[in-house]
Design a protein around this ligand. Structure first.
Ligand code: ADP
Length: 459
């Protein structure tokens, strides 16, 4: 596998070397030009002197005067004169030559610059200077630069490797976590986070993930964990739902089978036969109800749920639900009471609203202990229909207030009760579709009040 750390580092180091070399090249060039300029000026100066010496008395005098100059000057300067044909007439050093066109071929050793002037007698004089001494500083500068650059590049590579390696640690952890999940299927695996304190903060329910950590990569790891947490919750609630659906369907299907069996074994007795068919019908209705709930939630979530709105008496909603649940409440030893039911007309989907209230009352009874109380009210207030269902049941923790409306969500406290986690999702979808609002007030262990507000629309 390619290592991003190595690749990033390599690229940074190469960039550094290129940038440093460009910088050095221009610095070196301007130093070099400065040295050359100075040396050219010196050559021009000497050229004037040597020309005077020559024109004041020929090559002999030039030779005498030059030989009398200090050793340093003799070593670093050389003088050549040549005639019109390009033939050398004087040279202050042996190892100097002219090419076929009379151009100077300086000695091999040293680095030379030279200038040429015509002389009065028609010949020409070339004065050259060895500038290797002056260039020594530049060469030393260049060597020092190369050494410093090599050390810096090594430090940059090593230090960069360390920094990138630790900066990318969360990404490596994420890869390892993903691999482990793929390999073992263990959805409980999480990415270890660097900052312990932040890790504690990073639970999916109580954190705004954007501020849960200090940098982008850490944030990514936190979000990765949040995603894993949500997925694992979703998967376990799906498993639980599937179990519950299987369980909920098994009972009516077993009963249906029993009814059919009874009918078949009494095929001569029309009374038993019709009772069995009636029982069978009831059970199929129950099965259909469960399946419809699934379909409803799906269509509500995709916005494909159909509504049949009409004008009807709003009090019918409460009355029908009361009829339906009076018996269930009695069986559960819970008092189902009405505080107020107003009588007014509403334009809405009656069946869906009945389903909504039935769901709320069903939950209220289901999540309330024996001896508890469930109260229902339906009132008209400020252009709205307000339906409240209160109970003295187990209550809902504040952290779940927003979650319970989501598909398949079930609070921890209610795990012991059977349920699909679909009812409230459907409630919200229907209320939303009527332009209404859902509200919840609850205290853990004390009870809950679910309130829905639906604006009274004109037909
Ligand atoms: P379920 O089939 O589990 O009842 P719902 O969507 O109707 O699904 O409700 C979602 C969750 O909200 C329930 O699992 C339960 O934890 C919580 N809940 C709903 N109504 C009540 C209530 N009246 N009292 C306490 N908890 C409730």
């Amino acid at each position: 596998m390619k290592s991003l750390t190595r690749e990033l580092n390599f690229q940074h180091t190469i960039l550094f070397v290129i940038a440093a070399s460009i910088l050095f090249y221009f610095t070196y060039r301007s130093f070099y030009d400065y040295v050359r300029d100075n040396e050219s000026k010196a050559v021009a100066q000497h050229l004037v002197d040597y020309k005077d010496w020559y024109e004041g008395g020929s090559t002999l005098r030039l030779n005498q005067r030059f030989t009398a100059t200090p050793g340093m000057e003799q070593k670093s300067y050389l003088i050549v004169t040549r005639d019109r044909d390009g033939k050398m007439t004087f040279h202050s050093r042996e190892d100097v030559k002219l090419d076929g066109k009379g151009r100077l071929l300086p000695p091999e050793e040293g680095k030379w610059i030279w200038q040429e002037v015509p002389l009065e007698d028609g010949n020409a004089m070339i004065v050259a200077k060895d500038i290797s001494e002056a260039l020594k500083l530049l060469i030393q500068l260049r060597n020092t630069f190369v050494i410093i650059m090599l050390i810096s590049a090594a430090l940059l590579f090593g230090g960069g490797a360390y920094i990138t390696h630790s900066a990318l640690a969360p990404i490596r952890h994420m890869t390892q976590t993903a691999k482990r999940i793929i390999k073992t299927g263990d959805l409980k695996t999480r990415v270890p986070l660097r900052n312990k304190k932040k890790e504690d903060d990073a639970t999916p329910t109580d954190m705004p993930p954007e501020i849960a950590s200090k940098d982008e990569i850490d944030n990514l790891a936190v979000l990765f964990n949040v995603m894993l947490e949500r997925n694992s919750r979703l998967i376990s609630s799906m498993r639980e739902t599937l179990d519950n659906v299987a369980h909920d369907l098994r009972t009516p299907i077993t009963r249906l089978r029993g009814a059919l069996e009874t009918g078949l074994s009494h095929d001569q007795d029309p009374v038993v036969m019709s009772n069995s068919l009636g029982e069978g019908m009831e059970e199929t209705d129950h099965i259909l109800k469960i399946l419809n709930m699934f379909m409803d939630v799906s269509s509500a979530e995709t916005g494909a749920m159909k509504f049949k709105k009409e004008t009807f008496k709003a009090n019918l909603i409460a009355e029908r639900v009361l009829d339906l649940y009076q018996y269930v409440a009695e069986e559960s030893e819970i008092a189902l009471e009405v505080t107020q039911i107003d009588s007014f007309n509403i334009f809405a989907d009656q069946t869906r609203l009945e389903q909504v209230v039935a769901n709320l009352v069903d939950n209220a009874i289901k999540y309330t202990q024996k001896g508890g109380r469930v109260t229902l009210s339906l009132i008209k207030s400020a252009g709205e229909m307000v339906i409240s269902v209160s109970d003295t049941g187990i209550g809902i923790a504040p952290k779940d207030y927003n979650e319970i409306w989501k598909r398949l969500y079930r609070c921890d406290a209610s795990r012991s009760k059977r349920g699909l986690g679909l009812g409230l999702c459907m409630v919200k979808a229907v209320v939303d579709a009527h332009g209404g609002k859902v509200e919840l007030e609850s205290e853990l262990g004390q009870g809950s009040t679910f309130r829905i507000r639906i604006p009274l629309q004109a037909e």
